[in-house]
Every structure is written in C-alpha cells, then in structure tokens.
Design a protein around this ligand. Structure first.
Ligand SMILES: *Cc1c(COP(=O)(O)O)cnc(C)c1O
Length: 390
C-alpha cells in the first residue's frame, strides 16, 4: 500500500469506505492517481467541481483573492461575499442570503428561519418541519433528524425533535401531515440525490407548494445537490414552476471550496436579525470569490449545453445491455443496472471511470462543462461494464 493510503488508514477516522484510489492531480474532467493512471471524473467530488478540477478561471479568482485577504471574520465587509449574494438574488429573485460552509449548515439556517418565522407569526409551538421519506439533508444532529432515512438515526438518539416525514409523491399524505401537526415549514429536494436520484412528480411538488401557501407554512427547497446548473436550470425548482420561500445550496456553488448558502425570499428575508445566526467562516472571501466565478458562468448557453449533454447520456444509456432504466435531470443521472451498482462502480474505477452510487443506482454527476468526447468515452466504459454477464 502506498504512503498516502497507509497513513490515511492509520490516522484518519474511519468514516469513509474509500475506493483504492489516491488522487494527486487533475485537469478539467480528468484526474490522475499517484501512479499516473488517468481517470474520467463522472462524480466531480459529488457534484462540487462544477467546472472540473483546477479550472483555470476558478483558480485565478481564488488565487487573486488569496493574495489580497483570505479571511476577516464577519465583523467587517468584504467584496466577494456581497457580490455573490447579489448574483444569487439576481438569478433567483430571492432577497437575502446567509452563508455557511456546507450543505448541512445551509439547511440548519433554513430550519432556524422557519422556526423563528412561525414562532413570530403563529406561536412557538408551530415548530414542526415536514420532510420526505428517503430524503437527505445532512449529518448534523438536526439535519439528520430532517433526513427521512431511519438507518441514519439509530445510533445517535436523541436527535433534534420537531421533524416528521411523509412519503414522496403522495399529496394526500402530505395534506394529512400538515393538518395533524403544528407545522412551520415543508423541506424537500426536487430530486432526491442520496436517496437514489428520484425525480419528484411535478404535480406533487406544485400541490405541495399550494398547500404550503394555504397554510402559511414555508416551502423550503434543498438544492444542495440539484442547484447551480446541475439539472439544466439554475436551480431544480425552476423546472417545477414553483416559488419557494427558502432555497438552500452548497456542493457545486463553490466549485471546490467549502461554502453553503441559505437564500431567503422577501417574506422571510428579515426574519433573522443581529445575533440570531452566524458562522466564523461563513462568507469567507476566498470561497465566495471562487463561487462568483462559478455562478457568473452559469448562463443560458451553459444551461442549454447541460440539457444537450443530458439528452445525449439518456440516449446512449437507455435500453443498453444490462441497463434497466435511466432517471434524473440534466447532468444528475441515476442508472438502474441489472448487476449491483456497487460492482459496476468498482469495475468502472478499475477501467478509469469514476462514478458514484445512490442507493441501488449508479449515479453520474460530471462537471457541467465535461467535453463531449470525454463524456462519450466514459459512457462507452459504463456500457461495457453494465453489459457484462453476471
Ligand atoms: C450533500 C447534501 C447535503 C449535505 O451537504 P454537506 O455539505 O455534506 O453538509 C444536504 N442536502 C442534500 C440534498 C445533499 O445532497
């Protein structure tokens, strides 16, 4: 075993079942390990490196900011934080942004907004947050409580109270849940990422939005994975014709540095006041400068290109040998294979294509700007591996 791997195994907490690969460098959608072996990156660090590894414009934005000032604390103004918030508001119609450092923190902020809004308006007993079964909202004790998957909960009781889960795509159950609880907000992923790339039904999402409005319950959309161009729209909710009250995002926003954002609409933009929330690293100028260089480039042309590549992937894989179905939106794609997804991913790794799993599916989250020829090459390998007899 190489030094990189053996040292990691000895000293890093054993919370990840890592693949037998140590990445040492990369460029765009290609990565290299310590032996010089080349990989095509079909996971982009779980949808983080939106424009690939060591993207020239992103590196320039980050390094220029690094040489000016790397951190100030939130006691002072810095330019990138305000510029990023302005860009996000322009692209969504939202009015205020709170910055944290991860998806979980973005959701923590949303939950605090919902509880304070409801407490101010209806009373502090209106604290329940409704989320969906099979959802994923993060690893903190509160966002685990939000996550609708019991197996994540078992070892860490007691979790933060005040979360109830209801099945996806069942509007009657959603209606009952809202009726039977003192609800502050409904929090959903339009496409459940970790849950298996499950695209929610349009009708369910729209009816849920109406229900939220009728009951003065906030509609909050977790766009940590689906956001920032991933689905072929700036945010996945834009595919559904809804106007959420709160949008959370992270992963692809930063292009590779830790950042999370909670976007608030007019209705809730001023719910949080001085001292109600904070983060030492939140709005860090280097992370924000990188994110500005990402968000500025997610324009109509890029989104059209994401859609075009998505169609290409669906066409290439649908009906191929060993592939039962292809689901997803944009460049967030789930592949149900005849053989176990984990075996497919392992064999693709060996053949130099890095893919992810999501429950029983192979999951693809390539960089938004993956070149067509590289994408084509990766799909050939995935098809070849999927077609292998059991
Ligand atoms: C990854 C993810 C999170 C958690 O993000 P972290 O940055 O790991 O805290 C939350 N929600 C969704 C939908 C995610 O995909």
């Amino acid at each position: 075993m190489s030094d990189i791997k053996s040292r990691d195994k000895e000293f890093v907490a054993d919370t990840y079942a890592r693949f037998d690969v140590a990445i040492t460098s990369g460029m765009g959608s290609e990565l290299f390990d310590e032996t010089g072996k080349r990989y095509i990156d079909m996971g982009s660090g779980i949808g983080v490196t939106s424009f690939g590894t060591a993207d020239v414009e992103w590196v320039k934005a980050v390094s220029e900011q690094l040489m000016r000032v790397q951190h100030t604390s939130n006691l002072y103004y810095t330019a990138p934080c305000g510029r990023l918030a302005e860009l996000l508001c322009e692209k969504t119609g939202m009015k205020k942004v709170f910055f944290g450092n991860s998806g979980a923190e973005a959701n923590e902020c949303a939950i605090k907004v919902a509880r304070k809004y409801a407490a101010d308006k209806k009373g502090s007993d209106y604290s329940t947050i409704v989320t969906l079964e099979n959802s994923f909202h993060g690893r903190t004790l509160t966002t685990l409580a939000a996550t609708g998957q019991a197996h994540y909960h078992e070892l860490f009781q007691p979790l933060t109270p005040g979360f109830v889960h209801t099945p996806a795509n069942d509007i009657d159950a959603m209606r009952e849940t809202v009726k039977n609880n003192k609800v502050a907000a409904i929090l959903i992923e339009c496409i459940q990422g970790e849950g298996g790339v499950n695209v929610l039904d349009k009708e369910f999402v729209q009816k849920t939005a109406e229900l939220a409005k009728e009951n003065d319950v906030l509609l909050m959309v977790d766009e940590v994975q689906t956001g920032n161009g991933r689905t072929g729209e700036m945010y996945a909710y834009m595919n559904y014709g809804i106007s959420p009250d709160v949008v959370t995002t992270a992963k692809g926003l930063g292009g590779g540095l830790p950042i999370g954002a909670c976007l608030m609409s007019e209705k809730v933009g001023n719910v949080l006041g001085h001292g109600d929330h904070g983060s030492t690293f939140g709005g860090n100028p280097v992370a924000c400068a990188g994110a500005v260089s990402i968000i500025e480039r997610i324009d109509d042309a890029l989104l059209a290109d994401v859609k075009k590549k998505s169609e290409y992937v669906f066409e290439a894989l649908s009906g191929a040998a060993g592939i039962e179905k292809v689901v997803g939106m944009g460049l967030m794609i789930g592949i149900k294979t005849v053989r176990a997804a984990s075996d497919i991913v392992k064999e693709c790794n060996e053949k130099g294509v890095l893919c992810l799993t999501a429950k029983d599916k192979v999951r693809l989250l390539p960089a938004l700007n993956i070149p067509m020829d590289v994408l084509k090459e990766a799909l050939e390998v995935i098809k070849e591996v999927a077609a292998k007899e059991i």
